[in-house]
Design a protein around this ligand. Structure first.
Ligand code: NAD
Length: 474
């Protein structure tokens, strides 16, 4: 048997490694094409075992105090931070995130999110008097968590921290493309004082393990982050057991640059929000909406800034754009670049060919189109790659209507004079808007309108998602 650098020998169920029964799945480094790990290919029977462990652990864990659970979370956050290098290199190996980004965003954000939830335990209204009723907020039970590959640790921590703080137990299926941090997280959680059975990991595909979790009668809630297509299927499967389903889905963010914006700042920030993590960010801004009369200026600024995005080996600290997360995903992104050209958009940077000298690996050129028709495929569909579409607009009404004119509604940016930009932000049908590059706030709820989902993560609203409400009249 070959031993790979990151091999995972079993599921994590009831606080121990449990061998899989049905073969393995390979994890491929997209920069090299090499297999870097194998994980078990889980089955419905593995999910049953994990659910039984989570169910058995629920009474004791849900009876602990929020203050105790917050302490456990704080230790968990510190434990992850202490293993930053190991986690960062695993994420870079499995999905190609540039190593500097792996250390900062891929590990730094989860640590901040855990701290922010731990800080909520004290002030939260776990009980409330409403007239003659005592209203009690209680854990839901067993939570099934299913996550994508783009921020493997951040996506699960955004669920684990509020779910465990609320007193739930969990069964987690990581993405089959990026499963390596799940085991590290489980080990750190155990060391931090998460009892056996409270957090379980079952590896496998969406079609087998994901479906089994969604359908399971003993799972009380699904918290899903991933594509709209998979979210639709999960909601349909979960409906038979009427479990709660929280969906965090795709996006097609717009960066609206108003006529009174600081143009260089709006363009460079917007480009970063389109190219960061190779554009593989749900909250990215792949559309840049600009006053038609200023499009040429914007194109010059964007092309100048794009030259700074060095593409290459994600283990090199100078790299800003690594490979796409897989060869299949590279082909999808290149297909969209070809489609943009065929549909008549003006290619001003990059293109469908491989970046020079990168003959192997899942690399694409960061690409910019101008004069993009807002109804065309590259302006409507989620590409999830480093492809910026510059869309000219005639007036503000048209800008708002273009921004709101996709089936998604996750994030947007607006740049302009502060009050003007705020007024436009209020008209956007999205769950989060950054005005003039407003800072990330881990306590602010994040989630989608329309087909970007129905959940909210982070902060008090993110915690409430994992709670049931009981009214006791007396
Ligand atoms: P994906 O939907 O293909 O897979 C996500 C997860 O769902 C994986 O674990 C996969 O195995 C599982 N899955 C797939 N089919 C399933 C099914 N029928 N039943 C149960 N589980 C199933 O998404 P991806 O390619 O891994 O990630 C990219 C997508 O995730 C993009 O659409 C992106 O916008 C979205 N995303 C959204 C957010 C957010 O917060 N809204 C954050 C990150 C990524």
């Amino acid at each position: 048997m070959t031993t790979y650098p990151h091999t995972v020998t079993g599921h994590w169920i009831g606080g121990e490694t449990v061998a899989g029964s049905a073969g393995t799945l390979a994890v491929v480094n997209p920069a090299t094409g090499d297999v870097v790990a194998e994980t078990p290919a889980g089955t419905a029977a593995d999910v049953d075992r994990a659910v039984a462990a989570a169910r058995a652990a629920f009474p004791a864990w849900s009876a602990t105090t929020p203050a105790h659970r917050a302490d456990v979370l704080r230790r968990l956050g510190a434990g992850l931070a202490a293993r930053t290098e190991e986690i960062a290199s695993a994420i870079t190996a499995e999905m190609g995130s540039p190593i500097t980004m792996s250390r900062t965003a891929q590990v730094g954000f989860p640590a901040a999110v855990i701290d922010s939830f731990a800080g909520l335990a004290d002030g939260f209204a776990w009980t409330e008097e409403i007239g003659n009723s005592l209203v009690v907020r209680e854990p839901i039970g067993v939570v099934g968590a299913i996550t994508p590959w783009n921020f493997p640790l951040q996506q699960i921590v955004s669920k684990l921290a509020p779910a465990l703080l609320a007193g739930n137990t969990m069964v987690f299926k990581p993405s089959e493309n990026a499963p390596l941090t799940a085991r590290i997280l489980a080990e750190v959680a155990a060391e931090a004082g998460v009892p056996a059975g409270v957090f379980n990991v079952v590896y496998g595909t969406g079609a087998v393990v994901g479906e089994a979790i969604s359908a399971h009668p003993d799972i009380d809630m699904i918290s899903f982050t991933g594509s709209t297509r998979a979210g639709q299927r999960i909601a349909a499967v979960a409906s038979a057991t009427v479990k709660r389903v929280a969906l965090e889905l795709g996006g097609k963010g717009a960066n609206i640059i108003l006529d009174d914006a600081d143009l260089p700042k709006a363009v460079t920030t917007g480009l970063a929000m389109a190219f960061s993590n190779g554009g593989q960010v749900c909250g990215a801004w792949p559309r840049m909406l600009v006053p038609a009369a200023r499009q040429d200026e914007v194109v010059a600024l964007a092309v100048g800034a794009a030259r700074q995005y060095t593409v290459g080996d994600p283990t090199d600290e100078a790299t800003r754009v690594g490979p796409m997360a897989s060869e299949a995903h590279r082909r999808k992104v290149v297909g969209y670049i070809e489609r943009g050209i065929a549909d008549g958009a003006r290619l001003v940077f990059g293109g469908p060919d491989r970046p020079a000298e990168l003959t192997d690996g899942a690399y694409v050129q960061p690409t910019i189109f101008a004069d993009v028709d807002p109804t065309s495929a590259i302006a409507q569909e989620e590409i999830f790659g480093p492809v910026l579409t510059i869309i000219p607009y005639a007036d503000e009404e048209e800008a708002v209507s273009i921004a709101n004119g996709t089936s998604y509604g996750l994030t947007s940016g607006v740049f302009g004079a502060p009050e003007h930009a705020l007024a436009v932000a209020r008209r956007l049908r999205v769950g989060q808007v950054d005005v003039n590059a407003g800072r990330w706030n881990p306590l602010a709820p994040f989630g989608g309108y329309k087909q970007s989902g129905n959940g909210r993560e982070f902060g008090r609203l993110g915690l409430e998602e994992f709670l049931e409400t009981k009214s006791i009249q007396r």
